[in-house]
Ligand binder design. Structure first.
Ligand SMILES: [Mn+2]
Length: 273
């Protein structure tokens, strides 16, 4: 079995950008996604661009009509409406969109993490990436991406979960090695810990990136796709935030992985155990 998993980075309220990428991936004129495709969106669907409410409506249509084809993760901008706000933002989702995002979270439709397996690589996908200290302390050094995703999702709704702990992007303080995978900064918080210790699996994240001006010799930037790949011992860290602001980036792409099994968000107990 082979499944195309298209991992889509931060959309930032740009509905037309999202719709265009889905057409490129094979969505038909009615928007229906093809049977061989699963979309993972890494969160930060909203804010910045012209039509956050339109993005929420579009994604909600997929989550209702083709729930097996869409895995929605949450970013810090969705979390803004799910928990007491921890930052100020100069726009606010409509009442209806707030209610929709809260329903995704309350009903277990949106997640903190997902694991994807290809023929020769395992990926943990989160909004901002799991730092090495977070993995060691909060995930008990889980050896697989699937187990890490399951642990993150199992604790995601706990009031005191470390998942939402902020770092240098939130409030502008010094880097916090224990920052959670909703807030980690790629350059200052995510990459440093993994440079000194083999990765147990690869990771894909949105949220932040150097967008081309990284001097690191192990990092490769694809300006057309706006993907940033750092090769490390044991795995790689792939950043896919396109960096849309009020105006979208002209050129960007989802990251398409060829998976050997459906993406996993939770523990699956063997029937023969
Ligand atoms: Mn973000």
């Amino acid at each position: 079995m082979s499944i195309r998993v298209a991992v889509i980075g931060d959309i930032g309220g740009h509905r037309e950008e999202l719709a265009r990428e889905l057409r490129r991936l094979g969505a038909d004129d009615n928007g229906r996604l093809p049977d061989d495709l699963v979309v993972v969106q890494v969160g930060d669907l909203i804010h910045r661009g012209p039509d956050s409410d339109g993005v929420v409506r579009l994604v909600d249509r997929y989550l209702r009509k083709q729930p097996e084809r869409w895995i929605q993760l949450i970013g810090n901008h969705e979390a803004h409406y799910l928990r007491p706000p921890v930052f100020d933002w100069n726009e606010r989702l409509s009442f209806g969109s707030r209610r929709t995002v809260r329903r995704w979270w309350r009903d277990g439709i949106a997640h903190a993490a997902v694991a994807v397996h290809t023929a020769d690589e395992e990926f943990l996908i989160t909004h901002a990436g799991v730092t090495e200290p977070f993995w060691r302390h909060q995930l008990d050094s889980a050896v697989s991406a699937a187990e890490s995703a399951a642990r993150l999702n199992a604790t995601a709704r706990d009031e005191a979960t470390a998942l939402f702990d902020g770092g240098c992007i939130l409030g502008g303080g010094p880097p916090n090695p224990q920052v959670g995978p909703i807030w980690a900064d790629r350059e200052l918080e995510l990459l440093p810990g993994w440079r000194n210790r083999p990765m147990p699996f690869s990771q894909v994240h949105g949220h932040s990136g150097s967008h081309g001006d990284c001097a690191d010799e192990r990092t490769f930037y694809d300006a057309r796709q706006r993907h940033e790949v750092t090769l490390l011992e044991g795995g790689r860290i792939i950043g896919i935030d396109p960096g849309h602001r009020a105006d979208p980036q002209r050129s960007w792409r989802s990251l398409v992985l060829t998976a050997t099994e459906p993406p996993r968000i939770a523990y699956e107990h063997s029937a023969t155990a």
